[in-house]
Structure formats: structure tokens, C-alpha cells
Design a binder for this molecule. Structure first.
Ligand SMILES: NC(=O)c1ccc[n+]([C@@H]2O[C@H](COP(=O)([O-])OP(=O)(O)OC[C@H]3O[C@@H](n4cnc5c(N)ncnc54)[C@H](OP(=O)(O)O)[C@@H]3O)[C@@H](O)[C@H]2O)c1
Length: 328
């Protein structure tokens, strides 16, 4: 099968190569998926660049955790009725050497979730990381029903889903931060009541105005290193900051405002969701996909052999939405 892979960390153009690898065969409890789309996320790009360390966890890595395809074969113990099913994948390259940047993959059957007919294949390649991260941020710690929620970076791959999930799952008020008029329009179209330009406006002041001076109940944070101080001014007492990203490896937090405000801080990584949280996120997502109410923002579609360009696009931070590769 045709696949893209790397054997050392480094710049996309230097280390990513295309070649033929042995066709994988499903073992017990596994399915083989003929891939149609592969999703590229910041985490895939950081792993390839070597930002997790100079040594790779495996001698050869086919990147990308997210993907969509059709189940082509099943291993022992898996219902053969799954053959022919469209599926979206999660954690396909987490703790495993072979991800979705290939014509086929084998992985545990539970990591290939049936994709409702009304959802496009390319959207299926955006669910494993962006959508599940956004759902966990919205659903964790009692959820957002009736809450006022601030989503930092409301036009980002995760943020765009977070705005939609907050709106669809019962938030009373959804506020997003953005950095341009174009991104403000995207966040509003996703369901934000208000989009604040964090580069030109005073976010805390605008949030306090919009919440009658109270502050929001929950902040869904893409860059805690940059926004911690603002968050403490924009959050109500007893509020929660759910952190899924940081622009810096080290974060400094002011102790007294945190403790005086009874602030809750929830960090999480989507790769390590508990079984119960993953089940809740997947079930909720499935219901929303079946209702056909989600917007999926595809920023860039490229063929598999232009994978290096796709990685550079994600690395640039200039894409608005998800980057996906079509597997020919
Ligand atoms: N914990 C997890 O499990 C998990 C899961 C998915 C992603 N992540 C991490 O989360 C980050 C975002 O991922 P993504 O796929 O959503 O990337 P993305 O599509 O590039 O979106 C990031 C968004 O954040 C905005 N942004 C950047 N700095 C900001 C700031 N200081 N305040 C407010 N908004 C800001 C960007 O817009 P502007 O540049 O216009 O500001 C952009 O819209 C990455 O670091 C990724 O590794 C973590």
C-alpha cells in the first residue's frame, strides 16, 4: 500500500517520504480500514517536527491520528457485518507506529466508529481530535447547560466545534475570541452570541460587559500561557477554566486570584480520555451528526503525496479550520 512516513524527526520537506509498505492484516479484535481521508492536526505536526524530543517512539512512523475510510476486513472476534461500513477513526497514531497517512490501517475495532451517511468523508477525518476535544471541553465537570461560556480562538479547528457544541448543548451565552473580522463571522455563524477581537479589544472588559459584570461560568482555553491573566478577570467566582492548549511549555499562574476566586482548572488531553468520557463524547457526537446540525470547516484539501505542504500549512497557524489529505 502507498503510505507517507518518516524515520527521523525534522522539517516536513526533509523527513516525510512516500513509499510502499506491506498491506496490514487485522489481528483479533481489529478492523482493516481502506482510508479515504486523513486529518492533519497540530499534534501530528509537532510529533514529526521533534518537539516531543529528539528520539522517535518507533523506527518508522506513518503520521496522523484522525481519518475516515471504509472497513474492508475484520479480525477474529469482530462482527463481519462491519465490512463495508464507513467509519471515522480516533487515536490512530497515538502510541502506535502506523496512522492514517496511508491507503490502509488496522486498529482496534472500537477506534473505528460508524460514520452516519449524511456526514461527508472529509468531515469524518476531523472528528477524532478537533471534535472530541471540543466535546470533552464542553461536557467535562458537569457540562455547560445554562452556562455562559467563553471559547478562546473560536475559529480554530477545536474552537469552531466548541462554539457549536456549547450552543447546541444548552449554553445560555456563548462568547468567542478571534483575531479578525473574518474569524468573527465564522464564530458567529457557528453560534457565538458575541465575537471579541483579542488582538484589538480588552477581552476581560468586553466579557464583563456582556455578562452583566459577573464574568463567564466556563472558559475553554487554547492558549493558557497567553491568556491566564485575562481569564482570571473574565471568569466569575467558582468558574472553571478548561485548558486544552498552551503556546508555551511552561505556564505561570497567579496564586492569589486563583484561590480567592475558587477557580477550577481542568487540563486534559484527548488521547487520554477515560472510557466513560470517550463514550459520552462519541455518543453525543453521533447524535449531532445524525441530526445534521454540525458545520465542519475544511481549510485545505490536498492529495496524500502533498503531505509535506499540508504539514507546513498546519505549522503556519494561518489555516482557518481543518487540513485533510485525500487518499487516492
Ligand atoms: N489537549 C488536547 O487534547 C488537544 C486537542 C487538540 C488540539 N490541541 C492543541 O490545541 C491547539 C489548537 O489546536 P487546533 O487544531 O484548534 O489549531 P488551530 O486550528 O490552528 O486553531 C487555533 C486557534 O487558536 C487561535 N489562537 C491562537 N492564539 C490565541 C490566543 N492567544 N488567544 C485566543 N485565540 C488564539 C488561532 O487564531 P489566531 O491565530 O487568529 O489567533 C486559531 O483560531 C494546538 O496547540 C493543539 O496542539 C490540544
Amino acid at each position: 500500500m502507498r503510505a507517507a512516513f518518516y524515520e527521523r524527526p525534522g522539517p516536513a520537506d526533509e523527513v516525510l517520504v512516500l513509499g510502499d509498505l506491506a498491506d496490514p492484516v487485522p489481528g483479533p479484535g481489529e478492523v482493516k480500514v481502506a482510508l479515504q481521508w486523513s486529518g492533519v492536526n497540530p499534534s501530528d505536526v509537532k510529533g514529526r517536527a521533534g518537539s516531543r524530543g529528539p528520539t522517535l517512539p518507533f523506527a518508522r512512523i506513518v503520521p496522523h491520528s484522525d481519518g475516515m475510510g471504509v472497513i474492508e476486513a475484520v479480525g477474529a472476534g469482530v462482527d463481519p457485518a462491519r465490512i463495508g461500513q464507513r467509519a471515522w477513526l480516533w487515536n490512530a497514531a497515538w502510541g502506535r507506529p502506523f496512522g492514517t497517512a496511508a491507503q490502509a490501517i488496522v486498529l482496534p475495532a472500537a477506534q473505528a466508529v460508524p460514520l452516519p451517511d449524511g456526514t461527508s468523508g472529509e468531515a469524518g477525518a476531523c472528528l477524532g481530535i478537533p471534535a472530541l476535544t471540543a466535546l470533552q471541553a464542553v461536557l467535562t465537570d458537569g457540562g455547560i447547560e445554562g452556562q455562559s461560556v467563553l471559547v478562546a480562538g473560536g475559529a480554530g479547528a477545536v474552537g469552531h466545534y466548541a462554539v457549536q457544541f456549547a450552543r447546541l448543548l444548552g449554553a445560555r451565552q456563548v462568547i468567542a475570541t478571534v483575531s479578525s473580522a473574518e474569524k468573527a463571522a465564522i464564530a458567529r455563524a457557528a453560534g457565538a452570541d458575541l465575537a471579541i477581537d483579542y488582538k484589538t479589544d480588552n477581552v476581560a472588559e468586553r466579557v464583563r460587559e456582556a455578562t452583566g459584570g459577573q464574568g463567564v461560568d466556563r472558559i475553554i482555553e487554547v492558549d493558557i500561557a497567553a491568556n491566564a491573566a485575562t481569564n482570571l478577570q473574565a471568569l466569575r467566582p467558582d468558574g472553571l477554566i478548561v485548558v486544552y492548549g498552551s503556546g508555551q511549555r511552561e505556564v505561570t499562574l497567579p496564586f492569589f486570584p486563583l484561590i480567592a476566586g475558587n477557580v477550577g482548572l481542568r487540563f486534559f488531553i484527548v488521547y487520554h480520555l477515560s472510557l466513560a468520557d470517550r463514550h459520552r463524547a462519541i455518543t453525543t457526537l453521533d447524535g449531532l451528526l445524525r441530526r445534521g446540525v454540525l458545520q465542519h470547516a475544511i481549510a485545505l484539501r490536498l492529495p496524500l503525496d502533498r503531505i509535506a505542504e499540508a504539514h507546513r500549512a498546519v505549522e503556519s497557524g494561518r489555516t482557518v479550520g481543518n487540513v485533510v489529505l485525500q487518499i487516492g
